[in-house]
Design a protein around this ligand. Structure first.
Ligand code: FPP
Length: 241
């Protein structure tokens, strides 16, 4: 497949809300976790497609701060899927030169999972290809609240002057502080909402809501969305020139 847009004009950072695993499984008369396993396979394919489309940063929503409300079976099945996925994919991600980071609150996650997340970040930290960020126990409001807490502690410790709190300094406290803002946010499965994903960071992102259920999403479809992005005009609140 050729790069549909060349090196310029494409989204450098794509963020994806991977939705529809449950419905995909239900349509096949299978338990919801079957859909999550199928979804995990798609992650591999989509990450592999990124270099071809000029996507340097890919951020995926794996588990939200609200997802704890699901049944215990589904939550523990997802946690075990994350553990297995990380353990299994570490080598392949390193070999593909993918740098992995996690965002979200690790406090509620089990120690074994946190250890695997830390190891994966460490083992891929010299990788210079695609930057894959996995949002795990992530919520945009929770992230802003945690950032604000740290910011307030710095103010209290005299490290930050309240007069210097602005749009430049606040994001330094966000989980995403080393990442550029997303250019394109994609949600699969026909739902048109952002569900607490990258609220601060996506202020000027372009959005694509596609009907495909996540386990059916392909690198080729990502390529089509990237190409369409190239035809959009981003004005960031200004006017067309
Ligand atoms: C949303 O579909 C999906 C999730 C809450 C989990 C996302 C997880 C994966 C794609 C699995 C693997 C990810 C990694 C990084 C290994 P849903 O369950 O809300 O689907 P529904 O709306 O059809 O019920």
């Amino acid at each position: 497949m050729v790069n549909p847009i060349g090196d310029s004009g494409g989204p450098r950072h794509v963020a994806i809300i991977m939705d529809g695993n449950g419905r995909w499984a239900t349509q096949r008369g299978r338990p919801r976790l079957f859909g999550h396993h199928a979804g995990a396979k798609r992650v591999r394919e989509v990450v592999s497609g990124c270099p071809e489309f000029g996507v340097k940063y890919l951020t995926i929503f794996a588990f939200s701060t609200e997802n704890w409300k699901r049944t215990q079976v589904e939550v523990s099945g997802l946690m075990s899927l994350f553990r297995r996925y990380i353990a299994r994919e570490t080598r392949a991600l390193f070999e593909k030169n993918v740098r992995v980071r996690f965002i979200g609150d690790r406090v509620q996650l089990d120690d074994k999972l946190v250890q695997l997340m830390d190891d994966l970040e460490q083992q891929t930290k010299s990788c210079t290809g695609v930057n894959l960020t996995i949002a795990l126990n992530y919520g945009g409001r929770d992230e802003v609240a945690r950032a604000t807490k740290r910011l307030a502690e710095d103010v209290k410790a005299g490290k930050l002057d309240p007069a210097d709190v602005n749009e430049e300094t606040l994001p330094r406290y966000l989980d995403t502080h080393v990442l550029p803002d997303p250019d394109l946010v994609v949600r699969t499965s026909g739902e048109a909402r952002i569900s607490n994903f990258l609220l601060w960071q996506s202020a000027y992102a372009e959005y694509e809501f596609v009907d495909t259920l996540w386990p059916d999403f392909t690198a080729e479809e990502l390529g089509r969305l990237v190409a369409r992005y190239g035809t959009r005009e981003r004005r960031f609140g200004g006017v067309a020139v």
